[in-house]
Design a protein around this ligand. Structure first.
Ligand code: AMP
Ligand code: ZN
Length: 481
């Protein structure tokens, strides 16, 4: 028994593809068994679309796999509530930016819940960390990495950072000396000095902070550097986001953070590929997007959406189609039905052979997951197992005890997949049982203990077990195994 637990928790073979080296590398965190992970979060200027959620679901899979392997994860996900897009959005609606971004922040958390995404340890908001950002910028100025432009904005001088380009692999020689960019997002061809602090202009309206470095607001990149280091320290184990963030966002985060500390900012950079629609990246600006809400309104189950997003390897592009979503739904149903059926098993038992089957699926699930979260191979192994075990139930071979063991194993896998759990919890009390419980309460109030006990027995026959607690009567459904 001990041996098996040790095997499950072993993270010996865990490897991730590191964008920094463009290689799969063995993953060992700096601190034993503890992983410091920063995940770039949403810009709360609108509802997130399911392309965004592909990245957030990937980050959740990563977190859950680390936990499965026995690591304690400290995850930070920032909320970008001040940037070019949030200002533009609130100005268009003519409402205060705080009111505007709160609406979408709230929606984001509701969507996380619906997609069964585990909570990070911290969700820092950019607007609540302005003094920290100003301090970072001042340090960069003091160290000679940043300068004030004639417009009053503060820029990062990329020629001063010798490693500039190490993540995105752009060549510093190609850069135009002295050229500057003030917007947050730009292409590689426009790589040049970027804004750390944007001096107020009339487009910003009433969105500004009066600080030692002037009246204005932070650039997007310094937000992440500052909050990552504030909550997780100078060196992170993992930093992640979608591939579009490699340049300029993550390149600039490295330049900022490493210039401040002189230490490596993040050891592993993991990037997920995009969700596409007809071959094109799903994006607000292309108008080809679906929000979770759009799909839920059409009757699609969020668990099927989660499955769809999670079941393709994160470094492969994924084309969104409704056929794909339907297939995801039937995969989830297959798993859920299987779990339900396990409660029916009541055979003689399959003996040692069941141990072999279970050992195989564990190995064949764990090994590909350890290999850079190769989930499609892991899922294929899981579905092979489900097919075999279903046959054993069909033929009434599987015993109650064996079914219980399998149930626990599937639930362990689902601690990573996160698609069955909800269905399992949907225990409903039959109407007749509700009525019986009510009548038993009446009997108890009248101190008619005999009648109360009789009703308790009746309920037990129905599979409803009662427990009288100081908070009142509680019930649970006895699993038929
Ligand atoms: P944003 O709210 O725009 O800052 O994006 C939040 C996250 O979604 C970032 O990690 C992006 O890289 C990611 N993202 C944006 N579009 C897509 C897409 N079509 N597929 C996958 N991830 C995306
Ligand atoms: Zn970020």
């Amino acid at each position: 028994m001990l041996e098996r637990i040790k095997m499950e928790r072993s993270a010996e073979n865990l490897r991730f593809f590191n964008t920094l080296t463009r290689k799969k590398e063995k993953f060992v965190p700096l601190e034993k068994r503890k992983v410091k992970m920063y995940t770039c979060g949403p810009t709360v200027y609108d509802f997130a679309h399911i392309g965004n959620f592909r990245t957030f679901v990937f980050q959740d899979l990563l977190r859950r796999w680390l936990e499965y392997r026995g690591f304690k994860v400290a995850q930070v996900m920032n909320i970008t509530d001040i940037d070019d897009r949030t200002i533009e959005g609130s100005r268009k609606e003519n409402i205060p930016i705080k009111q505007y971004t709160e609406r979408y922040t709230k929606a984001f958390f509701e969507d996380l819940e619906a997609l069964n995404i585990e909570r990070a340890e911290h969700y820092p908001k950019a607007t609540e960390h302005i003094p920290d950002m100003v301090a970072s910028i001042k340090q960069l100025m003091r160290k000679g990495y940043a300068y004030k432009g004639e417009d009053g904005s503060v820029y990062y001088d990329i020629s001063k950072f010798k490693d500039y380009g190490k993540l995105s692999k752009i060549k510093i020689e190609e850069l135009k000396p002295g050229a500057r960019v003030k917007v947050d997002e730009y292409g590689k061809e426009k790589a040049c000095d970027f804004a750390l602090w944007k001096a107020w202009d009339k487009e910003d309206g009433d969105v500004f902070w009066e600080t030692e470095i002037g009246k204005g607001r932070p650039g997007w990149h310094i937000e992440c550097s500052t909050m990552a280091m504030k909550y997780l320290g100078e060196t992170l184990d993992i930093h992640s986001g979608g591939v579009d963030l490699i340049f300029p966002h993550h390149e600039n985060e490295i330049a900022q953070s490493e210039a401040v500390t002189g230490k490596e900012f993040a050891r592993f950079w993991l990037h997920s590929e995009h969700l596409l629609v007809q071959g094109k990246r799903m994006a607000k600006r292309f108008g080809n997007f679906y929000t979770l809400r759009d799909l839920a309104a059409k009757g699609y189950d969020p668990r099927a959406i989660r499955y769809l997003l999670v079941s393709t390897h994160y470094r492969q592009q994924l084309n969104f189609t409704f056929e794909g979503l339907k297939a995801a739904k039937s995969a989830v149903d297959r798993l859920t039905n299987f779990v339900e059926r396990l409660h029916e098993a009541d055979g003689e038992g399959y003996g040692e052979k069941i141990e072999v089957l279970m050992g195989d699926v564990k190995k064949n699930f764990n090994a590909p997951m350890d290999d850079d979260l190769n989930i499609s191979v892991a899922l294929a192994a899981l579905f092979d197992f489900v097919r075999e075990a279903n046959k054993l139930i069909d033929n009434n071979v599987l015993s109650k005890e064996e079914a219980e063991k399998i149930y626990n194993l599937i639930m362990k896998f689902d601690s990573v997949l996160g698609v069955i759990g909800e269905a399992k919890r949907e225990e409903k009390l039959p109407k007749e049982a509700e009525e019986l419980i009510r009548r038993r309460e009446e009997a108890r109030k009248a101190e008619n203990w005999k009648k109360a006990d009789k009703i308790r027995e009746q309920l037990k026959v129905m599979g409803v077990i009662l427990e009288d607690t100081p908070q009142g009567v509680k019930w649970k459904i006895e699993r038929k195994r």
